[in-house]
Ligand binder design. Sequence first.
Ligand code: ARG
Length: 461
Amino acid sequence: MSNKMWGGRFASGPDAIMEEINASIDFDRHLYRQDIAASKAHADMLAKQGIIAADDAKKIAHGLDTILSEIEGGKFAFKRALEDIHMNVESRLTDMIGAPAGRLHTARSRNDQVATDFKLWVRDTIDTLDAALSLYQIALAERALEHAATVMPGFTHLQTAQPVTFGHHLLAYVEMAGRDRGRFADARKRLNESPLGSGALAGTSFDLDRDMTAAALDFDRPTANSLDAVSDRDFALETLAAASITAMHLSRFAEEIIIWTSPLTGLVKLSDKFTTGSSIMPQKRNPDAAELVRAKTGRIIGALNGLLIVMKGLPLAYAKDMQEDKEGVMDALSALSLAIAAMAGMVGDLVPDMAKMKKAAGEGYATATDLADWLVRTFNIPFREAHHITGRIVAAASAKGVPLHRLTLEEMQAVEPKITGDVFSVLSVDRSVKSRVSYGGTAPKNVKAQAKKWLKKLAKE
Ligand code: ARG
């Protein structure tokens, strides 16, 4: 049997493999809510414009509402022979209300329909992700406030660099998540034009009110070029790019959690809630959630690459290649949503070993810069010279096998005779972080103020 939606010029049905490769219902069924909302808006508009009878529009709307509850109640039979969500819904509508259902597709193509549905789906998902990122930021800022004065080693090259506070480190991720949200918000702004009414590619001869459907679906305006509207997927790409950057940020943090929970550093512990055991090694406590966040980033970036490659060679306008846009986007955004939730969970769960952090912060001559700064401030020695003197003091401590504050004053004076006993006051890690008061620096009072600022801002959202 030929397809009842488009089979007029076909004598027979498709080969089984044709049907299988062509069908998208297994994944585009997730667009059902958006598809039904867009169809209702379209039918309403057709009636208002006198293109279909008001009575038919009413039957269509009522039928679509019933289909929505059938799908949500798990009572809808999706059929692969009907290819996609659009034809599954329309076919069921025909079964339910008969002839008027055939008027719904007036002045519409599946090309503008799918672009509209998918935009609405991506927009809804951006909103969900934004809310999840906000909760993640709150979790981070709360822990940052709690640990505004908890000293930990700061690294560059993963070598101990200067002491920082744990709160400062956590707030770095709040900033990143803030920019991630900004990127999603930008994508949402550009996405928010309605393709509905663009037809297959050229527009339509019917006198549509595209502003009406755009407004009904909360779009800012209708798209201005029908070819562009049905054939571009930059809204999906931009969202995937924002998702990839967000995931990359989460992955860096996940990597740090993996390092911190390793017995090699032991800086942080995760509770049983966020660790797993080994089936053979009874002692193991593995940070699997963090590892999976790191891994999911690969899938998310892969989806961006995949869709860019699908799109890059397509001449205008629509081509069936574009049906491949949905799986990657849906998979990537659901992976991201899970990753955000897992990170927020771990942020709430992790317990820093404050004594170990402080000890590690003091190792590797982490306050050497403080000593150089003290020489500059106290004796007006040029920084380059102070750096050199400090380097020789570090070498002396290293030769003796002790941290800087365990050198005697005499040993330091052997390098630089001007040095006085005051020097010891700048060699402690607590003093070091307290002194970093420049705007954006790690001083506990800065961290406290920043954490409070974020919490206040986030509470208002
Ligand atoms: N399932 C299709 C998609 O996702 C809908 C559009 C089909 N349009 C067409 N001309 N065959 O892209």
